[in-house]
Design a protein around this ligand. Structure first.
Ligand code: G6P
Length: 614
């Protein structure tokens, strides 16, 4: 994973790098570091274990001047998260410094070879091996640095986004990527390189997304140059960013996660905007139109995703099978790619990913592509690797999600997948016109209903106070709300570190019921559905064993209210759309419990937002 940022131009680099690293901290926060070339020509490297704020503390009394520099925030893979393994890394002569996101898989034999030739290594990282290799090639082959980088990358197996600076050439940044993202910001005589556009946006909107195996060389005041590692010149394609700076700031909220929860009326609306036309009773998804015949005639949909996106995939399974009557399989991308799955040309693979960079999802796409399947992407980050690797797709348009625990991206994914299921059903004639009309009117009403749910915040905060010290939680749901139960449990464990499990309510009696006693809070999603009565029986089963019931019910519900210890009353919608409403109180419950326990909700321990390692 890791976040990288680099600058060359007339401005002071350090503040740009620090701000950029803060924006990239969602990619990992085990350690942070910068390297700067001062106007005196000295190359200094400052790095330490911990967060970007620790780095700022560490550099308090250091010389931070310089108009060229590189910065890194790390999610440890090779080597413990300590000061030495933090990036940047020096070459042996300390003339070059590198930052790297990715994994050099053949670093061990390369290291051995270099050690045999006298190279000494300070860290345990694969990255340090790469910079020594570049230094070695430059010295032995008598080539310039860009050529040495190109030659070295031909020897490397694995994934990388790298930036290198040289003390001997203080106006130049060299970047390259394969399997990890890199964006080049093209300013007025200045350049920025970063893992995504967030560190760049306030300086320039002109960007180039680097393709795999491309090397970029940028020099202050000169044109950008791109070539491949096979030495082919490329013409840079400069595009304009649509992202707004305000979207990257907390806007008065205590945490990004809370801001993003509160943004959902808007983000759900944005996911539908331009796609649903109520007057004409129509849904038009450009991504589907591009591959209409393939998608409409798919014999089967296979959904690949990880984490929260996988939960959105489960909701899509219920939707597509129920409404469009096409078989759906939902797979963890990490399992799918290694289990020799059966995939054919009539299959459509739906890849769901907020970041568009998840390594396992990307690998699952490549596998499915090689077997001839059509790939449809549902991504949030525009221009991301997954968005570019798919044949067709629909962006979720939720805006940047900074909190590591996904909230608005989930509801945006579910919204887009609902539109997709409805489109399929309508085109295939598996839904009546009146049902289709009801559901699109219902969907259009969801943002307003989510606004109502958000008004329950103080009640949910009160409940959080009562349960903040629990050691375990069980989340139960059925049908469309089984994935909501899984997502509710995932949110709680991610940010509060309380053990939580999501279960289909009826499965509880096959195991988890043994855990229930008076200390076990059980969150039950009990809104009106076709199997509401069955959920009531499941609640009774918990009650009979003294479990504490927190039930999410529809406004005015009396039956569950009589049985549950606490209820959260949400507006009623159609069962098919209920995950969009019912997931919101569970997000708030996790948020408040985590805050009350003193956890860092935006950056929970050991996690990262974008998982670009297998
Ligand atoms: C990480 C994040 C999760 C996310 C998952 C999949 O684990 O912490 O929030 O759901 O990756 O990420 P993606 O970007 O592919 O949706």
């Amino acid at each position: 994973m890791c976040g990288i940022v680099a600058y060359v131009g007339e401005k002071e680099a350090y503040p740009i790098l620090i701000k950029g690293l803060q924006r990239l901290e969602y990619r990992g926060y085990d350690s942070a570091g910068v390297a700067l070339i001062h106007d005196t020509g000295k190359l200094d490297l400052y790095k330490c274990k911990g967060k970007v704020s620790d780095l700022e503390e560490f550099t308090k009394d250091k010389d931070k001047s310089g108009r060229i520099g590189i910065g890194h925030t790390r999610w440890a893979t090779h080597g413990a998260p300590n000061d030495i393994n933090a990036h940047p890394h020096f070459s042996g002569q300390k003339d070059l410094a590198i930052i790297h996101n990715g994994i050099i898989e053949n670093y061990a034999p390369l290291r051995e070879e270099l050690e045999n030739r006298g190279h000494k290594f300070d860290s345990e990282t694969d990255t340090e091996v790469l910079i020594h290799l570049i230094e070695d090639i430059q010295a032995n082959e008598q080539v310039d640095l860009a050529e040495a980088v190109r030659m070295a990358l031909n020897e490397v197996i694995g994934a990388y986004a790298i930036v290198i600076i040289s003390r001997k050439d203080p106006n130049q940044l060299i970047g390259a990527k394969k399997g990890s993202p890199m964006v080049v910001g093209v300013g007025d005589g200045e350049y920025f390189l970063a893992s995504d556009a967030t560190p760049i946006i306030e300086y320039t909107k002109n960007v180039v997304y680097l393709e795999d195996e491309e090397i970029v060389v940028v020099r202050k005041g000169q044109d950008i140059k791109i070539k491949t590692i096979k030495n082919q010149e490329k013409t840079p394609y400069i595009q304009e960013l649509e992202m707004q700076l305000e979207a990257l700031e907390k806007g008065g909220y205590d945490h990004f996660m809370l801001k993003e929860i509160y943004e959902q009326p808007r983000s759900i609306n944005d996911s539908m905007r331009g796609r649903m036309n109520l007057e004409k009773r129509e849904i038009a998804m450009a991504g589907v139109q591009d591959y209409e015949q393939k998608i409409i005639n798919a014999k089967r949909f296979i959904i690949v995703a990880c984490g929260t996106s996988w939960h959105a995939g489960l909701v899509a399974e219920y939707l597509i099978e129920d409404l469009a009557r096409v078989p759906v399989e939902v797979e963890y991308a990490s399992e799918f790619r290694y289990r020799n799955p059966i995939i054919g040309e009539d299959d459509v693979v739906i890849a769901i990913s907020q970041s568009g960079e998840t390594a396992d999802t990307l690998a699952a796409i490549e596998l499915a592509k090689s077997k001839g399947a059509t790939i449809f992407g549902v991504c949030n980050v525009v221009g991301s690797s997954i968005a570019r690797a798919t044949d067709a797709g629909s962006y979720t348009h939720a805006g940047p999600e900074i909190g590591v625990a996904s909230t608005k991206a989930f509801t945006a994914q579910v919204t887009v997948l609902t539109l997709l299921a409805l489109t399929l059903a309508h085109k295939k004639g598996t839904i009546t016109e009146s049902r289709f009309n009801q559901l699109i009117v219902g969907l259009d009403n969801i943002p307003k209903q989510v606004e109502e749910v958000l008004k329950l915040d103080s009640k949910i905060k009160y409940l959080s106070e009562l349960f903040k010290n629990s050691h375990n939680f069980l989340y139960l749901g059925r049908g469309y709300n089984f994935p909501v139960a899984l997502e509710g449990a995932l949110k709680l464990k991610e940010i509060s570190y309380i053990h939580a499990e999501g279960y289909p309510a009826a499965e509880m009696k096959h195991g988890p019921i043994a855990l229930i006693d008076e200390n076990m809070p059980v969150v039950v999603i009990a809104t009106k559905t076709g199997i509401y009565e069955k959920v009531l029986s499941n609640i009774q089963e918990v009650k009979a064993r003294s479990g504490k019931i927190i039930a999410v019910v529809n406004e005015g519900d009396k039956e569950v209210k009589n049985m549950a210890d606490y209820t959260i009353e949400v507006p009623e919608t159609y069962e098919e759309l209920s995950p969009l409403i019912n997931s919101i109180p569970l997000q708030l419950l996790s948020y408040h419990i985590a805050v009350m326990r003193g956890c860092n909700v935006d950056q929970p321990r050991n996690l990262a937002k974008s998982v670009t390692v297998e």
